[in-house]
Design a protein around this ligand. Structure first.
Ligand SMILES: Cc1cc2nc3c(=O)[nH]c(=O)nc-3n(C[C@H](O)[C@H](O)[C@H](O)COP(=O)(O)OP(=O)(O)OC[C@H]3O[C@@H](n4cnc5c(N)ncnc54)[C@H](O)[C@@H]3O)c2cc1C
Length: 403
């Protein structure tokens, strides 16, 4: 019999515990510093838990060495993950977009079936128990917790990252691994709202629109996405913004460009506007873009182009029409930052993956030590990729080096 201590009762820690307990020779202790396991899981996917995606290609992941995810995703990829959940009694469904949810569309179902699976004689779940420090002993590890010392033969750190501190986000995992000789990359928030010069967004607060969104540095388009954008008091939110937010923390002097009519080219829009001009001669500019864009957004585009809303449409010249086209295709806002870890779904960066074996997730520096989930320098796009990494890495770490 060996004792396996898992620190962190989140997505990866619970999966690791269930997997490790499949071997009856393992006595598993799972400690969680919050009052309940899986608090963050309940908040995922707007309470529906987008637990995976039908397209798990490596392009959906980021990190200093993104190929690190390959062995885990090969061994415990989509089929194995869905089979794991099915074996616990969870039915799932895939949306046309590829996102996978529990059939019940309730994150609570995912947490419940994991909690039921943790109820095994060889798993001991201890909530309200925080790991405070760790040291290496000759034959294993000694972990000081808020409820006393725990000695273990094997140790899995699954403390997650810095994102969403109200749901358990913390530096603890990085600190515990540092004490065992590990190091980390810079950390920054990802899948988070973007702060911009808020002159226009504030006036548009609450309005949603589909747009192509690009992060621009000088004349360089760093990253683009397409989807829903929400204007807010401080800047921009919504799935298309989350998607590119990772790239906002990496450079200064960036701006966001919104293409508000992405399905139409510039000349196409110019033709449509000239046609519109013919039947809008009696109107003021205030209503020139009514029928093209959300009314308030259309008015803001005109203001952005420097056109007074009270002037008659009949005064719009060819040059001004082309200026409006430019504003629709490149509504640009200087970026001032993100809303931070407080509001982020994920931490980009983490413990250096070069210090772990990708085939087992065992430390190269400290035999018997494993890590799983967000604490490692791996993060994914929006769409179920982060939970999939938590499940895959949790299952792999829970194998404790068994191939
Ligand atoms: C609002 C929100 C929505 C999200 N939606 C999705 C989604 O739909 N799909 C998706 O793929 N991803 C989503 N994510 C991201 C996803 O939840 C995380 O990437 C994933 O939970 C990471 O799993 P983890 O096990 O590494 O960490 P966590 O799930 O964060 O678990 C870590 C656990 O360790 C505990 N812990 C930390 N330190 C200690 C300590 N010292 N001692 C004991 N316990 C400790 C924490 O309390 C926590 O419970 C979302 C995140 C947020 C915040």
């Amino acid at each position: 019999m060996q004792t396996v201590l898992i620190v962190g009762g989140g997505a990866s820690g619970m999966t690791a515990a269930i997997t490790a307990a499949e071997d009856s020779q393992n006595r598993v202790i799972l400690i969680e510093k919050q009052a309940r396991v899986g608090k963050k899981l309940l908040a995922t996917g707007n309470g529906c838990c987008n637990l995976s995606n039908t397209d798990l290609s490596i392009e959906n992941y980021f990190g200093a060495d993104v190929s690190f995810v390959i062995p885990a995703l090969k061994r415990f990829g989509l089929d194995a993950t869905l089979a794991f959940f099915a074996s616990l009694g969870l039915l799932t469904r895939a949306e046309e977009s590829g996102k996978i949810y529990p059939y019940s569309m309730q994150a609570g179902s995912v947490l419940d079936i994991l909690r039921f699976a943790l109820e095994r004689p060889n798993i001991d779940v201890r909530c309200d128990t925080a790991a405070l420090s760790v040291s290496r002993k000759d034959s294993g590890f000694s972990v000081e917790t808020s409820s006393g010392r725990i000695l273990s033969d094997k140790l899995i750190i699954a403390c997650g990252g810095m994102a969403a501190p109200k749901l358990g986000g913390t530096m603890d995992g990085y600190e515990l691994l540092k004490a065992l000789g590990h190091s980390r990359t810079a950390l920054y928030p990802s899948l988070v709202q973007i702060k911009t010069d808020n002159t226009y967004p504030r006036a548009l607060k609450g309005i949603k629109t589909d747009a192509r969104v690009s992060i621009i540095s000088g004349n360089r388009d760093i990253r683009s996405s397409f989807g829903e954008v929400l204007f807010t008091e401080y800047g921009l939110s919504g799935p298309a913004i989350f998607e590119i937010s990772r790239f906002v923390s990496t450079e200064k002097g960036l701006s966001v460009s919104l293409d508000l009519m992405p399905e139409h080219g510039e000349s196409d829009i110019a033709d449509l506007l000239f046609k519109r001009l013919k039947n809008a001669k009696n109107l003021n500019c205030e209503n020139f873009l009514t029928g093209f864009l959300n009314k308030r957004l259309g008015q803001m585009v005109l203001k952005y182009a420097g056109i007074g809303l009270a002037i008659p449409c009949s005064s719009l010249t060819n040059d001004i029409i082309h200026k409006i086209v430019k504003s629709i295709k490149d509504f640009r806002l200087p970026v001032t930052g993100t809303t931070g870890f407080e509001n982020a779904q994920v931490t980009a960066g983490g413990i250096r993956t070069s210090e772990f074996y990708s085939e087992t997730l065992e430390s190269r520096l400290c035999p018997g030590l494993f890590a799983a989930g967000e604490v490692l320098d791996i993060d994914g796009r929006c769409g179920g990729y982060n939970l999939q990494w938590a499940w895959s890495s949790g299952m792999l770490a829970g194998k404790l080096g068994r191939l």
